[in-house]
Design a protein around this ligand. Structure first.
Ligand SMILES: NC(=O)c1ccc[n+]([C@@H]2O[C@H](COP(=O)([O-])OP(=O)(O)OC[C@H]3O[C@@H](n4cnc5c(N)ncnc54)[C@H](O)[C@@H]3O)[C@@H](O)[C@H]2O)c1
Length: 265
């Protein structure tokens, strides 16, 4: 039996939402382990900076693309650029998400006030883009080495929210986000069934990552969490690296819930 490897030398990953918190942490770890990243996000300046820092890590020829993933024609244009420039890819990480914020109209508000515009935006970035990119990159993935897709979902694709967590804070938990992540989990199973044995497809569902949220929210959240803390980016990246690696070569259609036990209670 060959020794199992956690190395990604010669492997190429397309990572959406690459300059976000989790995307950036994943790309750095993937590069530390020898891999090459094709970064996908909206801000060219941030992408350039991340690409330079990844090149310093392992000297690989990392690159980037700057689509707006909410827009189908922008996604198609990027897919064509990747198809023209690369013969194969080994990993696609659908990590970008429309997460909104409390200032966005019709988002972090009561159900009655959630808007169709916000719903459609979340569905486009969180669900349609994952469908479109997986379909568009499939021919390159099929030529990859042990290729796989990792979809970053959420605990809110699995369980309903406890709105008491947000009392007295500007935070919210809109249905569009939850429904899009639930859809992404089902997309994971559907694709795992249909793309086997060529391409493995798995998901990671993080719980809440600590980002300096209001103290009252954090305390209530950790009281509900068996491990007694919120997640860090590294907690999430560990499972992503595992799923991308040879260690997970017999895993497909699975969802690793990285939530400190939040959904176990
Ligand atoms: N942070 C959490 O607590 C948490 C919990 C559960 C799941 N998640 C999931 O983890 C993933 C990463 O989240 P994060 O916390 O790193 O968020 P983040 O906001 O730091 O990163 C998301 C990235 O996606 C990019 N993006 C969003 N819309 C885009 C568009 N239209 N075109 C191109 N890029 C776009 C953003 O620019 C950003 O860099 C997301 O799928 C999120 O839903 C996060």
């Amino acid at each position: 039996m060959m020794a199992l490897s956690l190395r990604f030398d010669e492997k190429i990953a397309v990572v959406t939402g690459a300059t976000g918190h989790i995307g950036r942490a994943f790309c750095k770890e993937f590069a530390e382990l020898g891999g090459t990243c094709l970064l996908v996000d909206r801000d060219g300046v941030e992408l350039e900076k991340l690409m330079v820092s990844l090149r310093k890590i392992n000297g690989s020829n990392h690159g980037y693309f700057v689509p707006d993933l909410i827009n189908a024609s922008s996604r198609s244009k990027m897919l064509k650029e990747i198809q023209d420039q690369f013969d194969r890819i080994d990993l696609l990480v659908n990590n970008a998400a429309y997460t909104g914020d409390s200032n966005l109209d019709g988002w972090a508000v009561a159900f009655e006030d959630q808007s169709m515009d916000a719903w459609q935006s979340a569905m486009e970035v969180n669900l349609a883009a994952a469908f479109h990119l997986t379909q568009g990159l499939l021919p390159l993935l099929k030529k990859g080495m042990g290729p796989s897709v990792i979809n970053i979902a959420s605990i809110y694709g699995l369980v309903g929210p406890d709105m008491r967590l947000y009392t007295g804070t500007p935070m919210g938990n809109p249905l569009a986000y939850a429904a899009s992540k639930g859809g992404l989990l089902q997309m994971t199973k559907w694709l795992a069934s249909v793309l086997a044995p060529d391409v493995r497809v798995n998901a990671v569902s993080p719980g809440g990552v600590f980002r300096g949220q209001p103290e009252a929210f954090v305390q209530r959240y950790i009281d509900k969490t068996p491990l007694g803390r919120m997640a860090t980016e590294s907690d999430v990246v560990g499972s992503m690296i595992f799923l991308a690696s040879d260690l997970a070569s017999y895993l497909t259609g699975q969802n690793i819930v990285v939530d400190g036990g939040f959904t176990a209670r």
